[in-house]
Unconditional design. Structure first.
Ligand SMILES: C[S@@+](CC[C@H](N)C(=O)[O-])C[C@H]1O[C@@H](n2cnc3c(N)ncnc32)[C@H](O)[C@@H]1O
Length: 222
């Protein structure tokens, strides 16, 4: 399954601007069937929160109510609930949400997990002080990014902050999701957003012991 993701990236390099590319990529993205991946053990599903979010919470950067977008099986949201935050997690893959709910019950934690498309966050009908994202932004294509950013604005309180961890272009090879540059992030969040920082970071994975070159971004809604 992961090898299909590699193919998507290769196609992107070759046919970036063409309609054929877009149609083909859309089809292939559908073939990256997250439901099937979650029946096994996804490389990103490390069974604990990403250390970057643990560090952010310890530093007091994550405040108030939190939404984890593209939460997968929920480890980051569950960790933030343990730390006393009102925590919600949304993901469009039902099996991931089932697993997240199971963990919440097992650990006796009160986290709201919903099957929800991150491109339709406005339908949630509530806002949060903080949004965290580990690995969602980098799976969105060029057309989805602005839709996502608009939806993000609809669920973040004024001056609320979005923390995003994504693959960076410094990660060698072409496996996994597309690489994201600092310019990509700045372009996606121009206008009514304030970029507090974009820092080099490590994304943990079950496959790479040393972690993956990533960017950790802190972006606030003005
Ligand atoms: C790389 S995984 C990361 C999962 C989780 N954040 C973690 O760290 O374990 C990306 C997640 O984004 C979800 N996803 C992708 N596109 C989405 C969308 N448009 N709306 C909601 N979830 C989406 C996938 O189902 C998957 O769980």
């Amino acid at each position: 399954m992961f090898s299909r993701i590699i193919n998507v990236s290769d196609v992107r390099q070759t046919h970036r601007q063409t309609y054929l590319y877009r149609a083909l990529r859309q089809t292939m993205i559908c073939m990256v069937d997250f439901s099937s991946v979650y029946r096994g053990a996804p490389p990103w599903d490390i069974g604990r929160p990403q250390k970057e979010f643990v560090r952010l919470e310890g530093a007091g950067e994550i405040v108030g109510s939190v939404l984890d977008v593209g939460c997968g099986t929920g480890e980051n949201a569950l960790f933030l609930a343990v730390k006393g935050h009102v925590a919600w997690g949304v993901d469009f893959t039902p099996i991931a949400i089932e697993k997240a709910r199971y963990k919440a019950t097992e650990r006796n934690l009160n986290v709201t997990f919903l099957t929800q498309n991150a491109l339709e966050l406005h339908t949630l009908g509530r806002t949060f002080d903080t949004v965290v994202d580990s690995g969602l932004f980098h799976v969105l294509d060029d057309e989805e990014r602005p839709q996502f950013v608009n939806n993000l604005a609809s669920v973040l309180n004024r001056y609320g902050t979005y923390f995003m961890l994504c693959f960076s272009e410094l990660e060698p090879g072409s496996y996994g999701p597309r690489r994201v540059t600092q310019s990509d992030i700045r372009n996606a969040f121009d206008g009514t957003w304030h970029i507090n920082y974009i820092r080099p970071a490590q994304m943990e994975s079950r496959l790479q012991i040393d972690g993956i070159h990533a960017w950790l971004s802190s972006i606030s809604k003005e």
